[in-house]
Design a protein around this ligand. Structure first.
Ligand code: SAH
Length: 404
């Protein structure tokens, strides 16, 4: 068994249960990609078993803090079983579920999303890559599913020295559907696991979409603007709420903006699937920032606006520029929101804390000379758990602001 010896004083985060070991913490030792290493303090005291990653700045990711634990098939199977079983506690109103959320489920670098009867995997670490076939076998066993697709085509793989790869890992003879449908809060939503973003869909916004539908009903929105709409999850949510309020199909209208034509095509399908005709929605292939400026100039106003942009700050180094970009779109959105209207605004940047995001939106309001009630704070859905030991898991944050 190979060993990683840490520098003096560098064991503190491991003793608190944090699973990452950075290059700068290591005094000596190394191993092959994905190999399990024994991590010990500068004094030689056992700290953890971890997967080694030669090319990454995060040199090792912890599997277990228990010296007696063997990192083998039975151990990994136990982790998968636990992750899958825990989702039952979360009462998820959908057959689109994140079954494994990496570090939060004790499996650093593994993402598994279930879409109806298909599993989509993303492998982001050498440790998971090494044990991939074992993990896939466990997943199939504990879910009873036989369709498994891999979407390991993200930049993060490069940092780990892994090539990007996508495709089927398992499927019944002749069955290779990549266009799937899930049912979320009784809404039918199409998605594409081959062409879509991430593993195909943004499951993390499920609860916020439900909240948006509730606001749309309670406040009987007539006009909704969904910015960065992707496949139209919030558009459907808004329209359903408006239908419950009796506004749809009368005067209600949902305008959705995205810069991806493919996403917009699916978004239009999704509106139609849920019974909304094209008289009541518009899909706009455009840049959000530019469109908001145009609406402001034209005097166009909305009862509700969703701002769910992509990650503006992929790391700490981008935070300042990201803060300006968030502020810009929030200022414009507050300006074109009717008094009494509702803004659902989000950041999925790990580097932007909930506190900072609050400050950014507040300063956008100050610049717009608009005040608002903060009705709610939002976060990712429960199947993307945050844990006490891994604060990096807190990436998605949102605010519901009612304009005064
Ligand atoms: N709210 C969505 C997820 C949004 S993901 C949901 O609930 O499913 C972010 C989206 O922003 C992506 O679809 C991406 O295509 C789009 N996007 C990124 N930059 C953009 C820009 N400048 N203007 C418009 N859309 C953009």
């Amino acid at each position: 068994m190979k060993t990683l010896r840490l520098r003096e004083g560098k064991e503190r985060s491991l003793l608190r249960g944090h699973p990452w070991i950075f290059e700068s913490a290591i005094a000596k030792g190394g191993a092959d990609a994905g190999e399990t290493v024994r991590v010990e303090s500068s004094a030689g005291v056992f700290l953890a078993w971890a997967a080694y990653s030669p090319t990454s700045k995060i040199k090792a990711r912890v599997w277990s803090f228990d010296e007696k634990q063997r990192i083998d098939e039975a151990f990994l199977d136990g982790l998968i079983q636990k992750a899958v079983a825990s989702r039952a506690m979360f009462h998820i109103d959908s057959n689109g579920v994140r079954l494994v959320h990496a570090e939060s489920d004790g499996l650093p670098g593994l993402i598994v999303d279930q879409y109806a009867d298909t599993l989509v995997l993303q492998v982001l670490s050498t440790g998971v890559e090494r044990f991939k076939s074992i993990l896939v076998k466990s997943l199939m066993q504990h879910t009873g599913l036989v369709r498994v697709y891999e979407r390991s085509d993200t930049q993060a793989r490069t940092l780990e020295g892994l090539a990007q790869t996508t495709g089927w890992l398992h499927h019944p003879e002749g069955e290779r559907a990549v266009q799937l449908q899930i049912t979320e809060h009784q809404w039918r939503l199409n998605l594409d696991i081959e062409q879509g973003h991430k593993t195909g869909f943004y499951l993390d916004q499920r609860e916020s979409r439900r909240r948006f539908a509730e606001y749309a009903q309670r406040m009987a929105f007539e006009s909704v603007l969904n910015c960065f709409c992707y496949t139209g999850g919030f558009s459907v949510a808004g329209a359903v709420g408006m239908r419950h309020a009796g506004v749809m199909p009368k005067s209600g209208h949902v305008l959705s903006i995205d810069s991806s034509a493919l996403a917009l095509k699916t978004a239009a399908e999704n509106m139609q699937l849920n019974g909304f005709s094209s008289d009541h929605f518009t899909m706009m292939d455009a840049d959000v920032n530019q469109s908001l400026r145009t609406f402001l100039q034209e005097g166009r106003r909305f009862d509700a606006i969703v701002l769910d942009p992509p990650k503006f700050a992929p790391s700490q180094a981008h935070v300042e520029r990201a803060a300006r970009a968030y502020k810009d779109i929030n200022r414009l959105a507050l300006q074109i929101l009717r008094p009494g209207g509702v803004l659902f605004t989000f950041s999925c940047s790990g580097g932007v804390s909930a506190d900072l995001f609050h400050k950014i939106v507040a300063s956008a309001g100050a610049d717009a000379h608009v005040d608002g009630f903060i009705a709610e704070r939002l976060q990712g859905a429960m199947d993307h758990p945050m844990t006490l030991n891994f604060p990096e898991g807190d990436y998605l944050k949102g605010l519901v602001v009612i304009r005064k």
